[in-house]
Design a protein around this ligand. Structure first.
Ligand SMILES: [Zn+2]
Length: 158
């Protein structure tokens, strides 16, 4: 993003934009499973989440996903991060850009296992990202070669 010349105005503007984000149609449903009325969000990813997906995100490293309840008081940085992404549709256009044809996303009542597998593939391993944007470690590529894509790589810090 460009430097905002109206830096002093930033928190107010961001808060207003954040309120608009909450009202956006795409943000009325969980970014990962489409459940209605998500009450949580991942600030660094910029997606709105249902409780079940929030629980999976919470189990990820916070540098992968930093989850917060929408009802909490948010810091300006977290608000800015959400506003910058622009909501679920924008985030999914990146994180699900290369989702394989015929691949079914989890439904609102998907099992914990299915949900976890999808969420880790989507954000932690970034499997559906445009290939040039992927920033995964060599450990991951090794794991993938060994067919252990979804499982935790031994020695990986948490
Ligand atoms: Zn969900």
């Amino acid at each position: 993003m460009e430097n905002n010349p109206l830096e002093l105005d930033r928190p107010v503007t961001s808060k207003r934009k954040f309120k608009e984000l909450l009202l956006q149609k795409d943000n009325q449903f969980c970014a990962d499973c489409n459940a209605a009325q998500p009450k949580w969000a991942s600030a660094n990813i910029g997606v709105f989440l249902c409780f079940k997906c929030y629980n999976v995100h919470r189990s990820l490293n916070t540098h992968v996903s930093r989850v917060l309840p929408l009802g909490d008081e948010w810091s300006d940085d977290d608000i800015d991060a959400m506003v910058e992404v622009g909501g679920n549709s924008s985030a999914n256009s990146i994180y699900e850009a290369y989702i394989p044809e015929g691949y079914a996303k989890p439904s609102p009542d998907a099992s914990q296992e299915e949900r976890t597998k999808f969420i880790r593939a989507k954000y932690e391993y970034q499997e559906f990202l445009k290939p040039s944007l992927r920033i995964v470690s060599s450990k991951y590529h090794q794991a993938r070669k060994n067919g252990r894509v979804y499982r935790k790589v031994a020695g990986e810090s948490d």
